[in-house]
Ligand binder design. Structure first.
Ligand SMILES: [Ca+2]
Ligand SMILES: [Ca+2]
Ligand SMILES: [Ca+2]
Length: 152
């Protein structure tokens, strides 16, 4: 997940502000491979959680939108808009923070057959459903709250 935004790095190019995520299955597979840390062909809940750890700048176990966005800005400013859309999708309980509860929910949705492993096929199905929304959503409203439409 995202998790996953940073992994999109190098796969994405922005032309005139539009996200280029096609072909969705190849983009999703690259994200999968980057998040399958032990390279055993499946993503587990532990791997999903650890992929979020890097955003937790103050180490309190919670990733705030600010922490998430600051990380994206440090690593890949061109993904600023996407980072807000991703954050919304990861924030399943809509409390504006990413916690274990959200990762559990995300994993449960990705793990379509509920066997505790997310396979490449399951992962790709999930992102093929999400990606078109990002391409057509335009600017995220959150930038008004931040007072910036890009990294600063
Ligand atoms: Ca794995
Ligand atoms: Ca934190
Ligand atoms: Ca599964």
């Amino acid at each position: 997940m995202l998790p996953v935004a940073v992994v999109l790095l190098g796969l994405l190019s922005t032309s005139y502000g539009a996200l280029q995520l096609k072909p969705y299955n190849e983009t999703a597979l690259s994200m999968f491979l980057a998040n399958d840390f032990n390279h055993d062909g499946v993503i587990t809940l532990v791997e999903l959680e650890s992929s979020f750890d890097k955003y937790d700048a103050n180490g309190d176990g919670i990733e705030s939108r600010h922490e998430y966005t600051e990380y994206i800005c440090a690593v890949s400013p061109s993904l600023y808009q996407l980072s807000h859309w991703l954050f919304d999708d990861y924030d399943f309980n809509h409390d504006h923070h990413l916690t274990k509860q959200d990762y559990d929910s995300l994993f449960a949705v990705m793990d379509a057959n509920h066997d505790g492993n997310v396979t490449p096929d399951e992962f790709i199905v999930y992102w093929e459903r999400i990606f078109p929304k990002y391409e057509t959503s335009g600017q995220h409203g959150q930038h008004f709250a931040h007072g910036n439409s890009a990294c600063h």
